[in-house]
Structure formats: C-alpha cells, structure tokens
Design a protein around this ligand. Structure first.
Ligand code: OFO
Length: 168
C-alpha cells in the first residue's frame, strides 16, 4: 500500500505523461502538414512512448493496491514555428517533466517509501535520455537547419526512428 500523498502525485504524473503524448501527437500532425514526415514520425513515436510512461505508472499504482483516478487532459498547445523552435519547446517541456519527476522522488523520500523511490528511479534515468536526445537534435538544427538540403537529411534521419516499448 502507498500513502495518499504518493497515490495523488503518481496520479498527477499519469496525467502529465498523457498530456505529453497529446502534445507530441499534435506536433506530429503539424510536421506532417508542413511536409516534414521524418519529424512527424519522430514525434509520433515519442507520443507512443509517453503513453507507455503513463501506463507503467497506472500498473504500478494498481499493483500497490491503491487507486487510479484519471483526470482531464488539457488541450496541447505549442507555437507552430520552425523545427528548431518546436524542438526548443519540446526541450522546455521535458525539463518541466524532469522537475515533476524530481518532485515525486522528493516525496518518496519524505514519505519514507523506498519501493516507490526505486520505481521512480527509472523515470529519472529516462528523463536524462530524453533531454539528451532532444538537445542533440536542437544542436543539429542550429548548426545545419537553415539549409534546406541539410533539413531534408535531418528529416530523413528522424524518419528512421522506430517504436519499441520502453524496457522498464
Ligand atoms: Fe515521459 O518523458 Fe517525456 O514527457
């Protein structure tokens, strides 16, 4: 059994992960509309991963014999600008998710919940990877993204990303 505070913060995190899925999916639609199908693929794959992140939390809460309550998911919003500007918004979003996961970790410490602390460590590592992969794409876009031919190649590369369910 987990404490009410841990139950509540994990449920809030489910909402944040599903919001992330919505956000990436709406970005995927935008990239598709402007003909950047590789960027569209990358963000669509990320959207699926975010759903997995939410579902891992869902199963964990149930597995601890606690209560899942799903709340309203906000409408995703972002500025529909250049790929660089969209990826800068992604980076800011992921930083906010990292800070939310930090809050979960801090609460497990204050509630002396070692099992949930162990569970949430995976999310801390996942956030490091996500921030890193997004910042690498931003660096490429800053270095080469002004040239159409380079943008074409980056789009092609992002088009190769394949979905694999996260190894939790
Ligand atoms: Fe779930 O990691 Fe991104 O948001």
């Amino acid at each position: 059994m987990i404490s009410d505070k841990i139950r509540d913060i994990l449920n809030e995190q489910i909402n944040k992960e599903f919001y992330s899925a919505y956000l990436y999916l709406s970005m995927s639609a935008y990239f598709s509309e402007i003909g950047l199908y590789g960027f569209s693929n990358w963000t669509k794959v990320q959207s699926k991963e975010e759903l997995d992140h939410g579902m891992i939390l869902f199963e964990y809460i149930l597995g601890r014999k606690s209560q899942v309550y799903l709340s309203q998911i906000s409408m995703p919003t972002f500025e529909m600008n250049t790929p660089l500007e969209v990826f800068e918004q992604i980076y800011e979003h992921e930083r906010s998710i990292t800070s939310a996961i930090d809050s979960v970790a801090n609460m497990t410490d204050s509630e002396c919940d070692l099992a949930t602390r162990n569970f949430i460590d995976w999310y801390l590592r996942e956030q490091i990877e996500e921030e890193d992969s997004v910042s690498k794409i931003i660096s490429k876009l800053k270095a080469f993204g002004q040239e159409n031919s380079a943008l074409f190649l980056i789009d092609k590369e992002l088009g190769k990303r394949e979905y694999t369910s996260p190894k939790y």
